[in-house]
Write a protein that binds this ligand. Sequence first.
Ligand code: 7PM
Length: 280
Amino acid sequence: MLLHCRHHRLDLSTPIVMGILNVTPDSFSDGGRFVDVQRAIEHGIAMAQAGAGMIDVGGESTRPGAQAVSEQEEIDRTAPVIAALTRQLAIPVSIDTSKPGVIAAALQAGAALLNDVRALREPGALAAAAASDAAVCLMHMQGAPRTMQQDPHYADVVREVREFLDERVAACEHAGIERNRILLDPGIGFGKRLSHNLQLLAHLPALRFAGLPLLIGVSRKSMFGELLQRPVEQRLAGSLAVATAAVLAGASVLRVHDIAETVDAVKVASALKASGYAIN
Ligand code: 7PM
């Protein structure tokens, strides 16, 4: 399985770790984003050295609880980081955004993957992706970030996520995005209760239709707060348990904060899988 991300051919026959890089304003610095940008670049380089196979750069505008950020602010935060990492690293750099203007600026800066929690449904986003040769990650979300956790409801969460992703793959193919450029993501925590997240993680093989690779993002998420009663800084062990299970179930990309630890877990899980790991 080779994912085409511009000039990169990403071998996903063994799973890779995607490092989360949030470019957020430093609450201690008094204006000017130079410090935030420099710090983000250093963190991206450190994650690559720790074994990340991809870096996902986000300007934090679409996250639940995050303050709204203008498109220009999102570009000003993320584009210099994408440009610096693309120049300095051999691995693909991705942009976490839904906005076509940010997509265009990120592509200009060298982004090789477009990671969109709205699965390219914003007006202009699908066209911007199709006009590039970047890969795309299509994620399922029920509702919108600010309200999605208020009362998530599904008759059959696995079937509904599969049907949504199937429709978005069809839309991408219709727009000219080849299947070898597409990653799929069930969107853990995006309009889902703990039971929905567990159902999806327990049925990942059902989401691997047509051989498209799966990306899973669970790192430090609130499902561990609920399962373990632990604050965000104590969720590494829970996150590694799910990373291991996801690899055994066939996931190809793990989107995480803790690179070195997840790389080790993925290596062990991949070795077990390659040795014929089976339930029973
Ligand atoms: C607040 C709430 C802050 C949620 C950050 C988040 C995913 C993603 C995010 C994911 C893909 C986080 C999330 N999660 N992109 N972006 N898949 N493809 O925990 O699961 O990082 S933001």
